[in-house]
Design a protein around this ligand. Structure first.
Ligand SMILES: [Mg+2]
Length: 227
């Protein structure tokens, strides 16, 4: 894998650094059960999950006449937030963040999660100091990270070609394209390797594989500040 000159990593949070797939499936199953709709398992979730979430909600069988999508979003986020600390970081998350910092890279988070809650959970895991910026949405409808991403890239003052966005979904790839930044996808989150690989994007099975491909295992003494 040829390494390009990336100086800043923009991380997605849910599914990329945080391993919240099972929690997301479980919380959505409570919404489905309340309405007598078919349950999700990991495979069905992987097949159906999408942004915008209204597309995903439609695929799950919710009736938009009975359940407005905004109301479903509120119900899901409420259930998720109540249990958010049940999730753990993905294996290797702290190691790759630490190694990237050691290699001189700057790092930020760009997330569709609500801004205040995002800050709180990143702090809960002791990761705040790793990031120059922690950018979440200011509403809970998770429309898109594109506008938020443009604002973040402007604040970074780093050429887009020197930024690598690391995410776990097709939406992260769309965001990267919109921002004009490079993208790496990790297939241990909310979308399966098959859907990610179909885009032709660079896909890694997990954070360890991403770290290995970019020389971000353990201590790094490259010192150049680029990967
Ligand atoms: Mg994600």
């Amino acid at each position: 894998m040829a390494l390009t000159a990336h100086r800043h990593l923009i991380w997605d949070w849910n599914g990329t650094l945080l391993d919240d797939l099972d929690l997301s499936v479980d919380v959505m199953n409570t919404l489905l059960a309340r309405r007598g709709l078919p349950r999700l398992d990991r495979a069905r979730y992987h097949a159906l999950f999408d942004f915008p979430v209204r597309t995903y909600y439609g695929r799950l069988g919710f009736d938009p006449v009975i359940d407005g999508f905004d109301r479903l979003s509120v119900e899901f986020i409420s259930g998720y937030d109540a249990r958010r600390l049940e999730s753990s970081l993905h294996r290797g998350a702290v190691g790759v963040l630490t190694a990237a910092a050691g290699a001189g890279l700057r790092q930020s988070i760009l997330s569709a999660y609500r801004h205040e809650t995002l800050h709180e959970i990143v702090a809960h895991f002791g990761l705040t100091a790793h990031f120059d910026h922690i950018a979440g949405l200011d509403n809970i409808s998770a429309h898109s990270k594109v506008a938020l991403g443009h604002a973040l890239v402007r604040r970074l003052a780093v050429p887009p070609a020197e930024i690598l966005l690391v995410g776990d979904t097709l939406h992260d790839l769309e965001v990267a394209h919109e921002l004009g930044v490079d993208c790496a996808l990790i297939a241990s989150g909310h979308h399966p390797a098959s859907r990610l690989q179909a885009t032709g994007a660079r896909v890694y099975p997990d954070l360890a594989a991403f770290a290995a491909a970019h020389g971000l295992q353990g201590r790094s003494d490259s010192g150049g500040g680029k990967i």
